[in-house]
Design a protein around this ligand. Structure first.
Ligand SMILES: [Zn+2]
Length: 660
């Protein structure tokens, strides 16, 4: 049993030494928001149970029983990475439990953990990968003629470590953390410079996971009293660093190739390539290694790779990984409408962006996280919380639908990892003040120097651009309040206690430096018109086309709303992919947009009405809401003639078209 003090420590978020800004634990931010709260409730009350139940009916949980019981006729159900997906689910559910003590969910998670622990104990040396143990027992870690890229041994192990840390931090319980430490110690004994084995993950994620365990060991060395020995921070840091440094060094092992970012040493990798989920998770790990060690070469490399993705390889929704074959990144500006854009890759890019924000305090990384949250992550699940997208194309003839479950159900656990963490992304702080990153009605308390400061946001974002923030230090105190000015926003106004103020913008944030008193009130008014967006001239698939955006949300046409347009056949969107059809049906030079808030559109949403160049009505809805009301067609990029200029595109892939 842990002491009260240790359990209290468990509530701290993972915070690395070299962070430029400090993050808050998810439980310290209370969200009460008209947009997000209903969606988070569905994640908690529906999706969390849905994913657990579907893994159970898949037979994936049974794999642990077969290993534990040494069943002679045991066989592995599902793909080799199912263990990892279950661990990822536990990580996500832990963050839900950190905020909301749900007895039933707690019980079900504990039951899965008991199965995992029983299986690991039966093996005896800390190792666990049910696929390898049941189907290839002689080929642990892909050695002895095995195939690590297929077996996912290190990936699964990394997911276990991450889940163990999150579950402990959420609940104070150590059963899964003990399993994680046994696994991490087993890997640390086996993998590393000679005479250890040269083994690196063929699917990234373990790098960041081991760094989280490292940080826990730094923060709470007293946990060694209850965890398997040795619980040593240095072991976990060395292993994570070995994995990152040894990419591209293939002595004594097979290369995992460009597919798994193993074609070159990481510090020589210039371009984001290969499997997009693996890539974004590797880059997250590289950034975390900087955060832990302060070695700037890792930060510079991560920023270079992020720039390459953000300014050459991202779709307008924030989706990444354009190419179906090998689920990989395409070349620069290769951004087809039917791009692959796996939900998991979007989530990976979200994690990568968040880590770079922690490293730098720059608002552009939060801009990216916001685009991904509002578009890719929300699109990844249905409004009822029980169906999921694997791919997130920008146009569909009507054949693309969310599924109930998948033979590779990797995306639901990734959604469960990101959305429950929303609370921890909203605010941050440093020695000089507080950051408001995301506009979500919520409340928190943080410490600036010695002064406790309460922040309370009221807003109807993303439907309205007005944000009220009550700033309440416990006593008068001088500090800076930084408000992110989103990349999409052209004009804004700020008032403090009713008086307009002007302030400098520093790295994406309007900086309000003053002496704050209890009950001071800030109002930020972000002008939120409907914008037409153009893509960089090098994106040939988007030449003479425009997308509709309002605030952080992309809008799309769905055939169910645009039926009248073509006698109920929904031909507009169905034929939208045909360039000849597009050219004949386009937006006028200066379209007029009308916005309507419809309280009955799911949990309430703003829809947009306009007309095409022949006066026929068009209705656009927020992209993440598509494929919830019908199984029809959808399109984001609409035909639009406008002169393009090749200048002013530095650090931009998309920009607003100035309308006359
Ligand atoms: Zn996926």
């Amino acid at each position: 049993m842990l002491s009260h003090q240790t359990a209290k420590n468990a509530m701290r978020p993972t915070t690395y030494k070299h962070q430029a800004v400090q993050n808050l634990p998810v439980r310290s931010v209370r969200i009460d928001d008209a947009f997000w709260s209903p969606k988070l409730r569905i994640v908690r009350d529906v999706t969390a149970y849905d994913v657990l139940t579907k893994f159970e009916s898949d037979g994936a949980m049974q794999n642990f029983d077969f290993v534990a019981d040494g069943a002679e006729d045991g066989y592995h159900c599902g793909e080799p990475w199912f263990d990892g997906l279950i661990y990822e689910t536990i990580r996500g559910l832990s963050d839900l439990l950190a905020v909301h003590d749900d007895e039933e969910l707690n019980r079900r998670v504990d039951a899965v953990i008991a199965k995992i622990v029983r299986a690991q104990d039966a093996v005896g040396d800390g190792y666990l990968n049910t696929y390898t143990l049941l189907d290839r027992p002689e080929q642990r870690w892909g050695e002895n003629g095995g195939n690590l890229r297929w077996q996912h041994d290190i990936y699964n192990a990394g997911c276990l470590v991450e889940a163990g840390v999150h579950h402990y931090k959420a609940t104070g319980k150590t059963a899964l953390l003990e399993a994680a430490v046994k696994m991490a110690n087993h890997m640390s004994d086996r993998m590393g410079p000679p005479p250890k084995h040269n083994l690196v993950p063929a699917h990234s994620l373990p790098e960041e996971a081991l760094l989280k365990l490292y940080q826990l060991a730094v923060d709470e060395p007293e946990l060694s009293r209850v965890l398997p020995a040795p619980f040593e921070a240095s072991r976990y840091l060395e292993l994570a660093e070995f994995w990152i440094r040894n990419r591209g060094h293939h002595e004594g092992r097979q290369s995992h190739g460009e597919y798994a970012q193993d074609h070159l040493p990481v510090l020589q990798q210039e371009e984001a390539v290969g499997h997009a989920v693996r890539a974004t998770l590797l880059y997250t790990g590289i950034t975390a290694l900087y955060l832990a060690t302060g070695e700037t070469a890792y930060l510079e490399r991560a920023q270079k790779l992020w720039d390459n993705i953000a300014y050459q390889k991202s779709h307008v929704t924030g989706g990444v990984g354009a190419v179906h074959e090998e689920e990989k990144f395409g070349g620069g500006y290769e951004l087809p409408d039917d791009g692959y854009l796996e939900t998991c890759a979007g989530v990976g890019m979200g994690f990568f962006s968040w880590h770079l924000y922690l490293a730098t305090g720059e608002g552009r990384y939060i801009d990216r996280l916001e685009t991904i949250l509002y578009n890719i992550v929300l699109a990844g699940r249905s409004m009822n919380g029980r169906k999921y997208f694997y791919e997130n194309p920008l146009a569909s003839h009507g054949g693309h639908h969310r599924w109930e479950w998948h033979s590779c159900p990797c995306c639901p656990p990734m959604i469960l990892k990101l959305l429950p963490e929303l609370g921890s992304y909203i605010y941050a702080y440093d020695g000089s003040g507080a950051f408001v990153n995301l506009y979500v009605a919520s409340e928190t308390e943080l410490k600036i120097g010695e002064v406790a400061v309460r922040l309370r946001q009221e807003t109807e974002y993303p439907w309205k651009g007005a944000v009220g923030i009550a700033v309440s230090p416990e006593r008068e105190a001088a500090f800076a309040l930084r408000l992110r000015i989103p990349e999409w926003c052209g004009t804004y106004a700020i008032r403090v206690n009713g008086k307009p103020v002007s302030c400098e913008v520093d790295r994406g944030y309007a900086v309000l430096s003053r002496t704050w008193s209890p009950e001071d009130r800030v109002v930020l008014d972000l002008d939120m018109p409907v914008d037409l967006i153009e893509a960089h001239p090098n994106v040939t698939t988007h030449a003479d086309r425009a997308a509709i955006r309002r605030g952080p949300l992309l809008y799309c046409l769905e055939s169910v709303d645009n039926e009248k347009y073509d006698k109920g056949v929904a031909r507009y969107a169905r034929e939208a992919l045909d360039p000849a059809v597009r050219a004949g049906r386009k937006l006028p030079a200066s379209p007029e947009f009308q916005t309507f808030y419809d309280p009955d559109f799911f949990d309430g949403a703003v829809t947009i009405r306009t007309e095409d160049d022949r006066g026929r009505p068009l209705v656009a809805i927020p992209y993440p809401y598509w494929n919830n009301r019908s199984r029809g067609a959808m399109d984001i990029w609409l035909a639009y003639d406008h002169p393009k200029t090749g200048t002013g595109w530095e650090n931009k892939l998309y920009r607003k078209i100035p309308l006359g």
